[in-house]
Design a protein around this ligand. Sequence first.
Ligand code: GDP
Ligand code: MN
Length: 382
Amino acid sequence: MKIHEYQAKELFAKYGIPVEKHALCHTADGALAAYRRMGLPKAVIKAQVLTGGRGKAGGVKLAVNPEEVHHYAKVMLSTSIKGLPVTKVLLSEAVAIASEYYLSFTVDRNTRSVVLIMSNSGGIDIEEVARNTPEKITRFSIDPFIGIPDYLARRFAFVYFDRIELAGPMSRIIQSLYKLFMESDASLAEINPLVLTAEEQLVAVDAKMLFDDNALYRQSNIHTLFEPTAEEKIETSAKEKGFSYIHMDGEIGCMVNGAGLAMATMDMIKLYGVTPANFLDIGGSSNPAKVIEAMKILLHDEQVKVVLINIFGGITRCDDVAMGLLEAFEKMDTDIPIIVRLTGTNEQRGRELLRTSTRFHVAETMNEATSWAVKSLKNKSI
Ligand code: GDP
Ligand code: MN
């Protein structure tokens, strides 16, 4: 589960991690009022969307007067950042940055431990730093039985700060972030950048936290912070109808039965160099009403340009599935290309039935079905 920067900063503040003054705003007028109330000279307006890289996408702006505050808040609140509509902005005190550090805790599966990751090249280009100059990134595995006592915290802090005036506060931030990470069942607690200001203060200018979904049952305070995205809402409603549905970024909608076959279908599409639009597992039913529901979910996503139906008939027979599809598509009004591959019990009969309609492209193998889906995506005839 993800939370917003402003929510993560509330947690930081509770754990004594220094954050700059800030206020959450829903309107440009609200941002202006908060700016005046806080008596700030310069402010940073930041889009509160559940994605990173906002700075590069225009979601972080420095405003030096009331007009700019109002203007940037207004512009941001009427746009989307990486496809996510901005409904809230964070107005925060602009700090004078002397240098930017990176600091995070996450779970490292290789060492089977929590790992502390630090760098003195923090900021918006941290991914490039990790790729091109990995030596600028320091990692320490944390022994869960030892945790981070004072001596270790100082040792970590001294990697980047040689004066105790700075190493002291840094070691306390490291300890507090670790405590927050552990106590909240987080899978990531990240400060990027952790800023050293011109006044030699360390401040968490950004805050990112992810939590282990499987621990939410015992983290009710965290769980209440959950704000589903439009896609997550669809996933939840699909679940209520008995489907497993996961949204992805591509253009081929997939209707499949069984998670294993769904995975194999995704892999096959990827093998053709294309990305699936989703993963929709309709389970073991051929009921036309269910097929209609599933198609509605698929077509709700405007990205979907082609639908690939890949069904393995075991107890559910392929001819029943074919009947279900025929009946469902009589009632559906869509001209999207539909490619169907049925295999298993009564597959021959299933294909014959489907071929009575011009609505379907009936493939025999998974390879054929996927190649057709990719072809029709590229507007080539099958
Ligand atoms: P992200 O791009 O989503 O990670 O958003 P951040 O909150 O990390 O902001 C991106 C960048 O904007 C930071 O790395 C800083 O360089 C800059 N920035 C953010 N807040 C301030 C601020 O108060 N003062 C100054 N000078 N720069 C800031
Ligand atoms: Mn950041």
